[in-house]
Design a protein around this ligand. Structure first.
Ligand SMILES: Cc1ncc(COP(=O)(O)O)c(C=O)c1O
Length: 384
């Protein structure tokens, strides 16, 4: 009996495709968004310690109290507000789970959910699987800032939620205070919730500061803030993140979370709880990545590609439409096979696969690897 797919339009993600091709071709993989270097050995030792000491059974459903408390303290230090660790903080299995559980908690059949695109690929399936309809609003092509008039025009009586992401993947755009005010004005007096994907909260550059929606006096009452320890501490394979939301929203969120995963990997929670006690371990992250961004954009200047230096995240976009009209997918493939550098075509981040001739690089790699990739990109002219 053929299984009628609930997600007939979804195939293997481009991230898997490009990473596989990069491996086959022996290419430097600047496609998928994961760090090419190890975590702090101290953090690894802590995981070893807690596994050996027997912290290997189910954690409490909402996360261990120590980690929730230290996360609330981090939030106070970096964002100026202290979420209640008991009632407003939940530890989950990666930001992907946080987003899925938040969307599942609020979206019902027939609801519309606004998605600003280009967008991370997990948003749409989360909405669709819950019977909702994604309503896409394009970001401004010039700098990927939000066109608030377009967002306002997309709101209808069916709008149940809006999914936002800052620092933004793939563009690196970081929301300003003005953006938060515009969003607050739009959802004021409306039953619209906000799911805020803030996985790159600690990766911003040039003195730009990430402002969490949870820190906004009005937005905080309607927002699920989704974060990722995996992204912050170079351990994406650990799949551990969190959701901060007001008590009433957290109560509904946890009802979903407890049946999606029930709880999240125990020894890693203990390790993170101890590791996070020292703020320099996350306060040093922006400088660490800014050096990599600087190395990468300095080299990129010599390639003939057009770009504005990324404001945040570990991604850099670059456009090539002034050099060639080849499709971004074809170019990404040629770069992988012929130059041995893999990247991501940004058309994949759009629902209509619109091709603006822009590619995305991940610069979360060792400097020597970035330099070698840049050297290889010197041959770009030969494949355009
Ligand atoms: C914007 C964005 N949100 C969420 C995630 C997923 O985070 P996690 O690995 O914690 O599930 C990613 C990972 O690439 C991402 O780029």
């Amino acid at each position: 009996m053929p299984l009628s797919s609930k997600l007939p339009h979804i195939g293997t993600t481009i991230f898997t495709v490009m990473s596989r091709m990069a491996a086959e071709e022996g290419a430097i993989n600047l496609s998928q968004g994961y760090p090419g270097f190890g975590a702090d050995p101290l953090l690894l030792d802590l995981v070893g310690k807690y596994t050996r000491e027997g912290y290997n059974q189910y954690a409490p459903m909402a996360g261990i109290p120590q980690l929730r408390k230290v996360l609330a303290e981090k939030t106070k230090l970096t964002q100026g507000y202290f979420p209640d660790p008991e009632l407003e903080v939940t530890i989950v299995s990666g930001a992907t789970e946080a987003i899925f559980s938040a969307v599942t908690a609020i979206v019902r059949s027939g609801d519309e959910v606004l998605v600003l695109e280009p967008a991370y690929d997990s948003y749409e399936p989360a909405i669709t699987l819950n019977g909702g309809t994604p309503v896409y609003v394009p970001l401004r092509a010039s700098d990927f800032s939000v066109d608030w008039e377009k967002v306002s025009a997309a709101i209808s009586s069916k709008t149940r939620a809006i999914l936002v992401n800052s620092p933004h993947n793939p563009s690196g755009y970081v929301w300003t205070e003005g953006d938060l005010e515009q969003l607050a004005a739009l959802v004021r007096n409306r039953d619209i919730y906000v799911v805020s994907d803030e996985v790159y909260e600690h990766i911003t550059f040039d003195g730009i500061r990430h402002i969490s929606l949870g820190a906004h006096p009005e937005l905080k009452s309607k927002t699920f803030v989704c974060g990722s320890f995996g992204k912050t501490f170079h351990v994406t394979g650990w799949k551990i993140g969190y959701c901060i939301a007001p008590e009433n929203l957290t109560a509904e969120f946890r009802k979903v979370h407890q049946y999606v995963t029930f709880s999240t990997v125990t020894p890693i929670q203990y390790a993170l709880a101890e590791y996070l006690i020292h703020p320099d371990r996350y306060l040093s992250i922006p400088g660490f990545y800014e050096r990599k961004r600087d190395v990468f954009v300095k080299g990129l200047e010599k390639t003939g590609l057009h770009f504005s230096p990324s404001q945040g995240s570990f991604f850099q976009l670059a456009s090539y439409g002034h050099l060639s009209q080849v499709s971004d997918r074809v170019l990404a493939e040629r770069m992988t096979r012929e130059l041995k550098v893999a990247c991501i075509p940004t058309s994949v981040f759009y629902s209509d696969k619109r091709d603006d001739k822009i590619i995305r690089f991940c610069f979360a790699k060792e400097e020597a690897e970035l330099q070698e990739a840049l050297r290889r990109l010197g041959g770009l002219g030969s494949i355009l």
